[in-house]
Design a protein around this ligand. Structure first.
Ligand code: HDE
Length: 751
């Protein structure tokens, strides 16, 4: 070909393609032969639930057949369109000056697609960036009606809710199981307007005044020079801050306790932290603290589990929440109130109720249940719901008001302010997840991303042009009432009340309330974190704080750091322990717990189906672990030896003792120096048993499976059940799981 002929060929080829393209098989297009499809089309059937989510059966909390809506499908309609509804023929090729030519500026589809993509990310939350959420319903018992006129706390009232759980320090893609505080933020879509209870799983905070929030967060976030460590408090700047700023010691002790590494969001308490003021129908006020009590009890991971999970399954808590809900094991909490008289001093039993570094022990003011929260639906779209949900402490219904807690007061500013950047403008309440379920009749207008088409000409008051609308509500309509609290005549001042200076008595109270094993975990956590610091002066300074909390704690951590034990600088306060703070000593339901079942495809598989049914009937999730995927004994395998790691399971049962295939672990055998090394039991099974034992989990075995217990040297030790049938073994394991762990297996050096 001569050059001119090549061009001719290209032009002809392109012309053929264009004519092909003009008679496409577009449904409903003239001559396509495909029947016209109405838009939006009927959604297709959703994918079936994953095999391991099939048990326990989907059901409501009362055990009735589920009414959980099936998962929605993605795009609606048969044809791909632009954002403006124009149907598209091609989305895989940009418009070019010939097949080998440059891209044309006029390609509006390319520009729309890429521009939208370029702007898909929004800023992550400045704190609590990593989180997950779920929908649910709150049912009120009516017991709160004596203290508040809030309609959602009237007897029998049901209110839809959305809850977002989070870690604080890590970025959006960080691991779930890091040692950190957890957020527990609840949006109640009440008939009287939205109520946001934006709490944490720890009832106290690091600082007493909101103006210090940037300081504690700058100290806790990764170092600014190299941006490490991610989602950790185990670094110099965190310990520098908390050791210099002793009001942080109480919150820090909770972080170092097992509360800092929850087993699951379902097994966390939640706290409103601040004291709120309630007002009832008779106009009487009371001071209250909010508590969420999980139905499953408060349980934690071990530190080694938490660390392993950060690699093995960084989404552990997110997965756990979704799997539990999708399996019908709906997470539940009771909302409770500690109620205090609204006295002029705003104290109870000598505790300053405006100081957010203090708790009121439950023994002094019992938590009174006022309603139940059930999470029963996972979000349809993570970004639309979980990422765009915006909480704000100022979202209060009539009957609930704020107090002068200086931390709370500052938060009232921060939560709206932060959304202006994060959600790009003031109209974020119009995003579907943030829309109130109560009718909205405001006079806010315009702004970025305005979705409402407001009619009328008079968005101001008073007006006559819009008929005077809207009118103001009064008591008859239960309008919001700012409780007319007397503000003390006092000079304008940057200072705290003197009672805020007590930084140690409640830290000691927490420490003394722990059982020996919980104390040991606290010692281990301080020792681990401080050993991660580089600066000797910071370790020494933190030890001086520990000396003011407890001499045993201080001495144990000092030993771990290889440093001398300092003397206290204050007289150690005489405090009464609060047993309610300990996680031990109760038995709890095991809903949604995962039970690993190791099977040997060449062994005895009798009774396996029956065992799986027994586990499911107990509300738990049986996961079959085998050397390979597919089916074993006609049952689907959920985990292989390569994908199963102990940290995923609450208990492991051994139905067999699989022998490793000769080529299963070439590296290991080569290391042993001979190709003929044989093992009686697959080492990955032994590792599973060993880790479960080390993490004080319950184990069970029968038949050939008992050789695994012998092989790992744990047979006959506490919490290791063997003999009988699979179903009998599981019955014993289930009993033991009620205590969460086999506590006596943890070494505790202290009394
Ligand atoms: Fe927050 N906090 N916070 N916080 N907080 C945010 O708001 C702030 C505090 C809590 O899942 C931010 O929308 C200040 C205490 C939760 O979306 C921001 C102070 C408690 C969540 C903010 C505090 C919390 C946040 C970041 C010191 C427990 C996640 C993104 C006075 C009672 C909510 C956002 C969600 C989020 C500010 C202290 C809980 C910047 C200034 C105390 C659960 O507005």
């Amino acid at each position: 070909h001569k050059p001119v002929e090549i061009v001719k060929d290209i032009v002809e080829a392109a012309a053929t393609k264009v004519s092909d393209a003009l008679t496409p098989d577009v449904p409903g297009s003239p001559g396509s032969g495909t029947p016209t499809v109405e838009e939006p089309t009927t959604p297709q059937s959703p994918l079936p639930p994953k095999a391991e989510q099939g048990s326990p059966d989907r059901r409501t909390p009362t055990g009735a057949a589920t009414d959980v809506p099936a998962p929605a499908v993605g795009q609606q309609g048969a044809s791909l369109t632009t954002a403006h509804g124009v149907r598209l023929r091609d989305t895989d090729h940009s418009l070019k000056a010939g097949p080998r030519g440059p891209l044309l500026m006029q390609d509006h589809h390319f520009r729309e697609k890429i521009t939208h993509f370029d702007h898909e990310r929004i800023p992550e939350r400045v704190v609590h960036a990593r989180g997950t959420g779920a929908h649910g319903v709150f049912t009120s018992y009516g017991t709160g009606a004596a203290v508040t006129r809030a309609g959602f706390l009237a007897k029998g009232k049901e209110t839809p809710v959305f809850v977002r759980f989070s870690t604080v320090l890590g970025s959006r893609g960080s691991a779930d199981t890091v040692r950190d505080t957890r957020g527990f933020a609840t949006k109640f879509y009440t008939d009287e307007g939205t109520f946001d209870l934006v709490g944490n799983n720890i009832p106290v905070f690091f600082i007493q005044d909101a103006i210090k929030f940037p300081d504690i967060i700058h100290a806790g976030k990764p170092h600014p020079d190299r941006e490490i460590p991610q989602a950790q408090s185990a670094h110099d700047s965190f310990w520098d801050f908390v050791s210099l700023h002793t009001e942080a010691q109480h919150h820090t002790m909770w972080n170092m306790s097992d509360r800092g590494i929850p087993r699951s969001y379902r097994t966390m308490e939640g706290f409103g932290v601040h004291t709120f003021r309630m007002i009832n129908a008779a106009g009487e006020t009371a001071l209250v603290k909010f508590h969420w009590k999980p139905k499953l009890g408060v349980h934690s991971l071990t530190w080694e589990e938490a660390q392993l999970l950060s690699g093995v399954d960084p989404d552990f808590h997110r997965r756990d929440l979704y799997d539990a809900i999708e399996a019908g094991a709906f997470p539940e909490w009771e909302l409770g109130l500690q109620i205090f008289p609204d006295n002029a001093e705003e104290t109870f039993a000598g505790i300053d109720l405006l100081d957010p570094t203090k708790i009121v022990p439950e023994e002094l003011a019992p938590v009174q249940p006022v309603g139940k929260l059930v999470l029963n639906r996972t979000p349809t779209n993570f970004f639309a719901e979980t990422e765009q949900v915006a909480f704000h402490l100022g979202n209060l219904p009539p009957g609930i008001d704020v107090t002068n807690d200086p931390l709370l007061q500052g938060r009232l500013f921060s939560y709206v302010d932060t959304q202006l950047t994060r959600l790009a403008g003031p109209n974020f309440p119009q995003i579907p997840i943030n829309r109130p379920h109560a009718p909205v009749n405001d006079m806010l207008r315009d702004g970025f991303h305005q979705h409402a088409v407001h009619a009328g000409v008079a968005p101001y008051r008073p007006n006559s042009l819009d008929g005077g609308n809207p009118f103001l509500a009064g008591d008859a309509e239960n309008a919001f009432l700012d409780v007319p609290v007397t503000v003390t005549e006092a000079p304008k001042i940057r200072a705290n009340p003197a009672s805020f200076d007590d930084h140690y008595s409640q830290v000691r109270l927490f420490w003394l309330s722990m059982t020996p094993v919980e104390k040991q975990h606290i010692i281990n956590a301080y020792t681990f974190e401080l050993n991660k610091c580089y600066e000797q002066a910071i370790k020494e300074r933190q030890l001086r704080s520990l000396a003011n909390i407890d001499p045993v704690l201080c001495q144990q951590v000092a030993t771990g750091l290889g440093l001398p034990t300092p003397e206290p600088t204050i007289a150690l306060p005489d405090v009464e322990p609060s047993p309610a703070l300990s996680q031990l000593g109760h038995t709890w339901p095991g809903d949604g717990r995962t039970i690993g079942i190791v099977v040997d495809p060449d062994g005895d598989l009798d009774g396996l189906g029956e065992l799986q049914r027994a586990v499911s009937a107990a509300g738990m999730v049986p996961l079959l672990i085998a050397p390979h995927g597919g089916l074993v004994g006609g049952l689907p395998v959920q985990r292989t030896f390569a994908t199963a790691r102990s940290v995923e399971f609450d208990a492991v049962l051994f139905a067999g003792a699989p022998v490793p295939a000769p080529d299963a672990l070439p590296g290991r055998d080569a290391k042993a120096g001979t190709a003929t090394v044989t093992r009686a039991i697959d080492p990955r099974v032994l590792l599973l048993a060993d880790e479960c034992w080390r993490h004080a989990k319950t184990l069970g075995a029968w038949g050939a499976g008992t050789t695994v217990l012998q092989g790992s040297g744990i047979a006959g030790t506490p919490g290791v059940v063997s003999g009988g049938t699979g179903v009998e073994t599981f019955a014993e394991v289930q009993q033991l799981l009620g205590a969460h762990r086999v506590w006596e297996r943890f070494p505790a050096a202290i009394a």
